[in-house]
Design a protein around this ligand. Structure first.
Ligand code: DGL
Length: 292
């Protein structure tokens, strides 16, 4: 009897590395999994040092390089910076440090989504203090359309509210109104639409999609609200295909990719709060605590 030909071992592509200051980047991981369901992911949340949004660019670059090193040590084939604050300050340093590794941030895809959504090219951006101060969104939008009018506002409290689960109801609506009124104006709020106010609002922080309801209620109805999760996932898919590192094609279509979850502190909190951002239950035992 003839021996059966040896089956080639299924190609196990290296995982995609994703990091954020905490759990907010799980909104990006969720979008990545929707677009790349057969890929493996290693997600690192630097929960011990959250928030990044109030820290200096120097510190955020240092933290980002440490997060990247931990993921590179796990053999990733691509790095997604699923944090707006880290993307705003650290992309260049990360790319210089790892010239052979595709490094994708969330700001360029978010800017692209805003330009595509806006008819008037009057765009408002809300984000953390660090992201707004660095002007990264403004610069990214102006690279795509130098004539676009961009207004930016830091909404730091939104991060704590999203983590606390205060994402609906009176308090969250009052805070959203208080922040967003200066961008959209009282008149616009009353009329529902007003000439001259932005027609597009970018959620420039990974936590903000959790507050979509109160944010929606605080802006005129004609305003498009965009976030960068879906567009970042599409950018990752395109980039990997472009460098010949697309998802493993000989893996069974039924096999869903695995997620490895790493955090720098608080596995229980990561799982509890993170499940809201990922949109599926997480067990604390599934979260490995690592030291950077
Ligand atoms: N993940 C951060 C961002 O997208 C928000 C939380 C923080 O300040 O660390 O900017």
């Amino acid at each position: 009897m003839q021996a059966a030909p040896m089956q080639a071992a299924p190609m196990q592509a290296a995982p995609i590395g994703v990091f954020d200051s905490g759990v907010g980047g799980l909104t990006v991981l969720r979008a990545l999994r929707a677009q790349l369901p057969h890929d493996d992911f290693v997600y690192l949340g630097d929960t011990a040092r959250l928030p990044y949004g109030t820290k200096s660019a120097y510190t955020v670059v240092r933290y980002s390089l440490q997060c990247a090193a931990a993921l590179v040590a796990r053999g990733i084939r691509c790095l997604v910076v699923a944090c707006n604050t880290a993307s705003a300050s650290s992309l260049q340093a990360l790319r210089e440090h790892y010239p052979a590794l595709p490094v994708i941030g969330v700001i360029e895809p978010g800017a692209q989504a805003a330009i595509e959504a806006s008819a008037s090219q009057r765009i408002a951006v809300i984000a953390t203090e660090g992201t707004i101060q660095g002007g990264a969104y403004e610069a990214a939008i102006h690279r795509l359309n130098p004539d676009a009018q961009v207004s930016s506002l830091a909404c730091s409290l939104f991060v704590a509210m999203a983590e606390e689960g205060w994402t609906q109801g009176e308090i969250s609506e009052a805070v959203a109104r208080r922040y967003l009124q200066p961008l959209f104006g009282d008149e616009a709020m009353r009329q529902g639409a007003c000439y001259g106010v932005p027609d597009t609002l970018v959620l420039g922080c990974t936590h903000f999609p959790a507050l979509l309801e109160p944010i929606r209620a605080a802006v005129p109805p004609h305003v498009h609200i965009v976030d960068s999760a879906g567009t970042t996932a599409a950018a990752v898919r395109r980039q990997l295909a472009g460098v010949g590192a697309a998802s493993p094609i000989n893996r069974s279509l039924a096999a869903r990719g695995r997620i490895t979850l790493l955090a720098t502190d608080g596995a229980e909190r990561f799982a509890r709060v993170g499940s809201r951002f990922l949109g599926e239950p997480l067990a604390a035992e599934a979260v490995q605590i690592v030291d950077l």
